[in-house]
Design a protein around this ligand. Structure first.
Ligand code: TYD
Length: 210
């Protein structure tokens, strides 16, 4: 990513890790520091994205794994073109509550859609908007699913699915150690937020020195 653009952070993890809370806390921190930011969620945060989100999370009809994958990718492409690029051009810190790794973890590792194909589609949908850092919030799905307490199409899936998703995320972290930083969610929210800030500040520092 060019020096003149903002910083792109993505937050990932299975259900119930508290990542959305952590993203809100980081936003408050940035606000207090006078750092401009944009926070977006996937799927969603664009008109088309929110419509796709409704289908993906709440549609009663059957949806093949591949159709599901393509819908996530479509929402991503739209969000990147409509919001992410513009925010990075404005030099904002862009916080994404889920991004490309989610499709690899959920549809790839979780549902068996071809990983290479997803990677290719992700490349097209992301363009140059590749995260500077991805924070992976890790939790045992037995605990995560109870904490999350929601009931959408994804949360209704069996524990074994969420375990595959978790292992998929951990594999992605192993393959991308520079970009993906794991935070174990066992500690309390304040300690986790300290780690999130530490990671953010180190990216900011390395970006400034480039
Ligand atoms: P959301 O309400 O945003 O869940 P969370 O707060 O846990 O992020 O719902 C998004 C759901 O969509 C979540 O279960 C993960 C799933 N998902 C995929 O399966 N693939 C993807 O590419 C993305 C972005 C999300």
């Amino acid at each position: 990513m060019s020096k003149k653009r903002g910083i792109l952070l993505s937050f990932e993890g299975i259900e119930g890790t508290g990542k959305s809370t952590q993203s809100r806390c980081l936003c408050n921190y940035l606000k207090n520091k006078g750092i401009k930011y944009t926070v977006l969620r996937e799927p969603g945060s664009s008109a088309l994205g929110e419509q796709i989100r409704d289908i993906l999370l709440y549609s009663k009809g059957s949806l093949s794994h591949f159709a599901e994958t393509l819908l996530f990718i479509a929402a991503r492409d739209q969000l990147r073109r409509q919001k992410i690029e513009a925010a990075l051009e404005k030099k904002d810190v862009v916080i994404l509550d889920r991004y490309a790794d989610a499709t690899l973890a959920y549809q790839g590792y979780g549902s068996g859609v071809d990983l290479k194909l997803i990677s290719e589609l992700n490349k097209l949908a992301m363009g140059t908007a590749i995260p500077d850092v991805t924070i992976l919030f890790d939790i045992d799905p037995k605990i995560g699913l109870v904490r999350s307490g929601r009931n959408d199409r994804f949360e209704k899936r069996k524990l074994a699915f969420h375990e595959r998703v978790r292992q998929g995320y951990l594999r992605l972290a192993e393959e991308n150690p520079k970009r993906i930083k794991i935070i174990n969610v066992k500690e309390d929210a304040a300690c986790i937020q300290d780690k999130v800030r530490e990671i953010f500040l180190s990216v900011l520092k390395s970006k400034k020195s480039r």
